[in-house]
Design a protein around this ligand. Sequence first.
Ligand code: ADP
Length: 254
Amino acid sequence: MRTGLEELSVLEVRNLGYCYPDGREALRDVSFALAANERAALIGPNGAGKSTLLLHLNGLLPDQPPATPTVIVDGLPLRADNLAEARRRVGLLFQDPDDQLLPDSLGGRRLGPMQLGVREPELSQRVADCLAQVGLAGFADRLPHHLSRGEKRRVCLAGLLACEARLLVLDEPTSDLDPRGRRLLMGLLAQLPVAQLIATHDLEFVVESCARTIVIDHGRIVADGPTRRLLNDEALMLAHGLERPHILRHAHPH
Ligand code: ADP
């Protein structure tokens, strides 16, 4: 049955649960949807289940996709037979860019779109366009190991954009960045016309960049709503190992 939500959502997660092979329950009955172009933060203490959830969004978990789909990307229910297409639609930005970058030059960002069948001359153009979109125009011949951490992260983002991801899933994108790199990345994410789900401990970033926040703890969603309302709720924050960010302490509560 179509609920109408599919048309509006770029991501739908329905009653997702997951236990690791050792029996540890990491997710329980997680449900939410993201609209196209929506940017939402995913926050929670260490061990809450954030990474486990992100890994489900492009089918890296579970090992065998379930018979009844629990993750629907852009109307496509994630199943074993369409994982490649689902992975194209969901761009996962790992916490450590070195896990994602190939050691060749940045022109190597070609690989993703090449696998999608994009050929020259469109290929070089697309790589150049995506590098420009992340503020790295002219970087196509640079080697990844000569880049700063912030630049590496932006290169990874360019690679995801080159594959025309409909949803970006980012794991701690501001960690280890210096203030300038962090600002640059924040500005960039704000401009990208693509839905984003951002797992982070950087609550100041959340306040500035995400209108919506989802709080997860012990594998369950414990709150989902407007960022300022949730992050201003001291009791909620403390109950889930978080704290009310400083920039809200002197600001108007809404
Ligand atoms: P977060 O990203 O919020 O820190 P995780 O998704 O990494 O949380 O972890 C959720 C829960 O699953 C934690 O209890 C963690 O110890 C457990 N966990 C994570 N990875 C594994 C694994 N490979 N095997 C068993 N348990 C795991």
